[in-house]
Design a protein around this ligand. Structure first.
Ligand SMILES: [Zn+2]
Length: 350
């Protein structure tokens, strides 16, 4: 399961720029939005957006387009905020206004085109929100009842939230696609159980490989919801494989993770060196090993230093520290020593 990391970048001297939806995996377009105006509603909106205060961001962005109806990026950001809370009609209106003002902006054009595809699939889905989740689902063929689905969402919010000490108040959209539709909107090349790209997207769970439907739903939700939490805490600055490792670690609370490929790699001395691993792209033929190694790396960091310091580490990543510097700073030790201790630990325990 991949995560499409939304990257935020703060530049010096009060200039703020953000990149919406930098998909590491499959070349989804980067959308730079720059704010040069100090103290404007637009800048306030951008800062709130970066801090994941999405309701504040929406309020400021609405004001920004009134104050300056020709501000392309204000319309673009406003559309993004509607999009995240699944108000697709208003998202489309805002993006079309932005596109009318700046017809050459391919990034906006692409979002409008993608939205067309998603709208067709998502417009007929049933809705059933449970705070803070905005839930859309295919009623037909839903193999679990909606009450259980809502309860499961409240469980994941509480259980994952307790470990990270974080309970988002902003809307988090969860879409359960009917069979076949998930494949049309997903942007990744490999087999996915679900996806997080600012929204949690998953196919309506089916019994597969003898996994019961409900277990499959929980497994995917625990994994993808963790991406949403990591995204917020690290402001999009978490390296791919720490992100996947933490998501798999949470997944392991409701599902047993296979370590077959990892064991083979240990025997043939083919583990990834940490230094090169963090930002490795997803390699289809190595995917199982990558997930399994990432899972055990995250498990070790959390076992040794606990969840609250993992959260501090994620926040350092959000401030722009590299993973190596964040480890040095938070854990007061050399990453190379941590790696050595980890290898000894996995050989002893796995
Ligand atoms: Zn994932």
């Amino acid at each position: 399961m991949s995560s499409f990391h939304i990257r935020w970048r703060r530049e010096s001297r009060g200039r703020v720029s953000i990149l919406l939806f930098t998909a590491i995996l499959c070349g989804f377009q980067n959308n730079p939005v720059s704010a040069r105006e100090e103290g404007s509603s637009f800048t306030d909106a951008v800062v709130a957006y970066q801090d994941r205060r999405l309701d504040d961001a929406l309020r400021h962005a609405k004001k920004a387009v009134v104050e300056n109806p020709n501000h392309v990026d204000a319309h673009f950001l406003l559309g993004e905020l509607y999009y995240l809370k699944q108000d697709l009609t208003k998202a489309k209106e805002s993006w079309q206004k932005a596109l009318k003002l700046a017809p050459s902006r391919q990034d906006i054009r692409q979002r409008v085109a993608q939205l067309e595809v998603e709208s067709k699939i998502e417009q007929d889905l049933a809705r059933s929100d449970t705070h803070p989740f905005v839930v859309r689902f295919a009623e037909e063929g839903l193999p679990v009842d909606i009450g259980s689905l809502r309860q499961t969402l409240r469980d994941v919010y509480r259980e994952v939230g307790q470990q990270f000490g974080y309970f988002p108040e902003h809307p988090i959209t969860v879409i359960l696609y009917p069979e076949g539709a998930f494949e049309q909107i997903r942007k990744a090349a490999h087999q996915l159980g679900g996806m997080y790209d600012g929204k949690i997207r998953l196919p309506v769970p089916q019994e597969r490989n003898s996994r019961p439907v409900f277990a499959e739903l929980k497994r995917v939700l625990w994994h993808e919801y963790t991406h949403a939490v990591v995204q917020d805490l690290s402001k999009g600055g978490c390296p791919i494989w720490l992100n996947e490792g933490l998501a798999t670690l949470q997944e392991s609370r409701v599902w047993e993770i296979s370590l077959e490929r990892f064991h083979q790699a240990v025997e043939s001395d083919r583990l990834y060196a940490w230094d090169q691993f963090w930002n490795q792209p997803y390699k289809p033929q190595e995917l199982h090993l990558q997930y399994q190694q990432a899972y055990l790396m995250a498990a070790y960091l959390v076992k040794r230093w606990g969840w609250s310091r993992m959260v501090s580490l994620l926040k350092l990543l959000g401030q722009g520290y590299s993973i190596q510097d964040a480890i040095r700073r938070e854990y007061k030790t050399d990453p190379a020593l941590v790696e050595k201790a980890w290898i000894a630990w996995v050989k002893r325990n796995y």
